[in-house]
Design a protein around this ligand. Structure first.
Ligand code: NAI
Length: 780
């Protein structure tokens, strides 16, 4: 072909990146790998093949990790952890910095190996994945350096287990490893079975960086190896993968006093308003859904386009799709590489084949004759309930619907069980910034898409999981309070009545639901006695139906989340004022109930209300400085409806310590008061009644904590459950919470001193908020 002919046709010649070095590295290991444990490769065990999805050719033999292998890796990590945690922060920072520098030094080798094993275009691994890996280590070198001065009250968790998927193999490793190490933990990581190679190369690089033995351990294998890691003696699991496996991990870790972050699936909306820059929006989609074959958890796979421009937009998209180049991922001129594995290709093909609804358009670009490829596909004319609109396809398939008004766009966007990311395109800043807070997602991009940075939190809400990765908020998930926990002393059971004639049923006992005092559904109540056996009154016995009603009321009151921080503060001050007016009466009640002088507890309760009134408009988000033209805003949003089991140790102060941070941050709540001393709470109804608190913001259901905890944790409309109950309800709550992946915060049978600083503060505020990262264009 002459140059003139090339100019005429504009055809691309092949421009492949050389695989020699990467294949040479595999060959140096005789094409077979063991695990990386305690700073060295183990002897290979039973192996399976990892192949190049673009050609089907085998790349290497990988060891299938057994429970014994996992145990050996955890042991090595456990041995190394105290020494690693004791290193001065600056030394840990230097190690992380060395990992960043060596990632840069080996960038080309890492990028080629990633592309060989995963099938993504070299342009993506070279220009996006590997630079982001280096950035992640370098950013976390900084967090390690600053941690002791910024958070002297926090300490590492211990040994962390990490389980990662195949779509960003090395980047996901960095997302887990960097914060774990910066915080002083050691780690056992299991890469995905399809893409273990860059993790193994990175292990070798970590030795070159001088990382102490046992700080990083890698055990390869499939889901059974992952399950063994979940069962092992680790202090945390950080998981990225599918929602179904995430739910299983939630259930398997229930009650084991382990930290957990889950980054799960998504079906993220991509909203294009009629005033958007359509060409940019098209480019964004190409980047989001096609360059990575749709194998990005936060891909804008659900296009919502305003009706008036839908035809024009779809036409532009189709034209762009037809011009995409699909083929050898090592070719630098290729847009779309291979699907990671024939199994994944079959899943995509089956899902599309079984759901013929809508108009299917497949791009005219030619596919290579061999390897795992799927053509870029656009499906229009779907309805909100269509399977393809709801289910994650995880392939280069974009589904599309139209909307008329911004309200409809928001409603459609939120019509999903997921909540990972969302994209908004509009040239109207008012519209874009009006819609962003209304979207149920952990990340929102405005006039851009798929931007990531180590400084900006990433993670989902709803069934997309919980926890954030990146930024200070991500580091927090690898730390715990340094204060030594104290075992809970079970509260003495209510003594037998002095007067056996005392009534067991009292029709005046009430719950507090939707701003009103309500009879418990079953009509039952429990007599409450003083420590000397004097009948003090009755508390209602709430049941599942009462919880349902309370959750409904809490939902109806969600407008509270939109009240300003100032307004919420005013109400908290008012509650404090009203409690203060009745301080003597409450002190006496506490004395009657518990036998101790209640004055200090009432005073501490008033102070606590002041503390959270103060925080209402001061627990600010942040504007993250990210290395692109733009800002990532970290907005602290309410979690939603929080169900909480209050402690027995401080019947009034405990309830207020739980309620106040929740409502200060804009949540509504359903509280289950101390079962031993419920009357402290029922007296409090009147204080709430006189404090202008909107109905339904606080609901109180007295009754047996275990039954009520089960109802709360199993309720699909409760967003988080906290437990400070003196019964250890951790297993029950965490297992039930797996149903819809709700957030939990449980005390694991440990007590807390409620008077003083351990009973309040940022730990509570963090649990009462969800960080939403909103990327906005800013500056030049
Ligand atoms: P997957 O959940 O099957 O596998 C992910 C990892 O978990 C792999 O390492 C696998 O071996 C391991 N695993 C499988 N079964 C396990 C078990 N029972 N116990 C412990 N570990 C187990 O997901 P897949 O198909 O590999 O990845 C695609 C999914 O991951 C998609 O649904 C995608 O949305 C999600 N994903 C989410 C991301 C996020 O940041 N939220 C990022 C990347 C993928």
């Amino acid at each position: 072909m002459t140059i003139k002919e090339i100019f005429d046709s504009m055809a691309y010649g092949p421009a492949p990146e050389s695989a020699t070095e990467a294949l040479g590295w595999i060959a140096r290991h005789n094409g077979t790998f063991g695990h990386w444990i305690d700073g060295a490769f183990t002897k290979p065990g039973d192996t399976f093949t990892t192949a190049n999805p673009a050609t089907g050719e085998p790349l290497a033999r990988i060891t299938q990790g057994t429970a014994g292998d996992v145990a050996a890796a955890v042991k090595a990590a456990r041995r190394a952890q105290p020494g690693w945690a004791k290193l001065p922060a600056h030394q840990r920072a230097k190690h992380l910095y060395a990992l960043a520098r060596l990632t840069q030094k080996h960038a080309r080798l890492l990028a080629v190996l990633e592309t060989l094993d995963n099938g993504k275009p070299i342009r993506e691994s070279r220009d996006i994945d590997i630079p982001l890996v280096a950035r992640h280590f370098s950013y976390h070198a900084g967090l390690a350096q600053l941690l002791p001065s910024e958070h002297p009250d926090l300490t590492p968790l211990g040994v962390c287990g990490a389980i990662i998927p195949w779509n960003f193999p090395l980047l996901m490793l960095a997302w887990k490893l960097a914060p774990a190490l910066a915080a002083g933990n050691t780690i056992v990581l299991k890469p995905a079975e399809y893409t273990p190679l860059t993790a193994l190369l990175f292990a070798e690089i970590s030795r070159e960086a001088g990382l102490p033995k046992g700080v990083l351990n890698i055990v390869t294998g499939d889901g059974t190896t992952g399950a063994a890691l979940v069962e092992a003696e680790v202090d945390k699991i950080a998981f990225t993968g599918s929602t179904s496996v995430g739910k299983r991990i939630r259930a398997a870790t229930a009650g084991r006093a382990m930290a957990l972050t889950l980054e799960l699936g998504g079906k993220s909306p991509y909203i294009v308003f009629d005033d958007a820059d359509l060409d940019s929006a098209v480019e964004g989609l190409v980047d989001s859904i096609w360059f990575n074959q749709g194998q990005v958890c936060c891909a804008g796979s659900r296009l919502l386009v305003q009706e008036g421009i839908a035809d024009r937009f779809h036409a532009k998209l189709k034209r762009r799709m037809d011009g995409l180049r699909i083929g050898d991922p090592l070719d630098k001129a290729i847009d779309i590489g291979a699907i990671v594995d024939p199994i994944q290709l079959r899943t995509i093909t089956r899902l599309i084949g079984e759901n013929p609804e809508g108009d299917h358009y497949q791009a005219a670009c030619p596919l290579p004759a061999q390897g795992c490829f799927y053509p870029p596909t656009l499906i229009t004319g779907l309805s909100a309930a269509s399977t393809l609109m709801q289910e994650e396809i995880f392939g280069p398939v974009l589904v599309s619907m139209t909307f008329r008004t911004p309200e409809e766009a928001v409603a459609l966007a939120n019509n999903t069980r997921y909540g990972l990311a969302a994209t908004v395109w509009s040239e109207n800043i008012n519209l874009a910034l009006d819609v962003a807070p209304k979207l149920k997602a952990g990340v929102v991009w405005v006039n851009a898409t798929n931007l990531f940075d180590a400084a900006a939190g990433f993670g989902g809400v709803r069934e997309s999981g919980f926890g954030r990765e990146g930024g200070w908020e991500g580091l927090m998930a690898y730390l715990k309070p340094a204060a030594k926990p104290v075992a809970l002393k079970p509260v003495a059971p209510t003594p037998e009545p002095a007067n056996p004639e005392a009534p067991a049923l009292d029709r005046t006992a009430k719950l507090y639901i939707g701003g009103k005092q309500a009879r418990p559904d079953g009509g039952y109540s429990q007599p409450v006695y003083s420590p000397r056996g004097k009948l003090l009154g009755h508390a209602g016995i709430g049941n599942r139906k009462d919880i349902r009603n309370a959750v409904e009321a809490a939902h109806a009151a969600k407008g509270w989340g939109k009240a300003t921080g100032h307004n919420r503060a005013q109400i908290l001050y008012y509650i404090a004022e009203n409690l203060s007016a009745r301080a003597e009466e409450f002190s006496q009640r506490l004395k009657d109930l518990t036998g101790y002088n209640g004055t200090a507890e009432v005073e501490a309760s008033i102070q606590r209300l002041f503390t959270y009134a103060a925080w209402s408009d001061k627990f600010d988000g942040a504007a993250k400085s990210v290395p692109i033209r733009g800002l990532a805003l970290a907005m602290n949003e309410p979690v939603g409806v929080i169900g909480a089991l209050c402690p027995d140790e401080a019947p009034l102060l405990g309830l207020i310590s739980v309620m106040a941070p929740a409502i200060a941050m804009g949540n509504t709540c359903v509280l289950v008061p101390s079962a031993a001393y419920p009357l402290a709470a029922t007296d409090f109804y009147q204080v709430l009644d006189t404090s202008d608190l909107p109905a339904g913001v606080v609901n109180i259901v007295t009754g047996p904590p275990a039954d009520l905890a089960k109802s709360l944790a199993g309720h699909m409309d409760v967003d988080a459950v906290w437990s400070f109950s003196s019964q250890n309800l951790a297993t029950l709550i965490e297992r039930e919470a797996a149903l819809n992946v709700k957030r939990t915060w449980v005390n694991n049978g440990q007590a807390r001193t409620w008077i003083g600083p351990t009973g309040e503060g940022r730990e509570f505020l963090r649990h009462a908020t969800e960080v939403k990262t909103i990327w906005v264009p800013y500056g030049e």
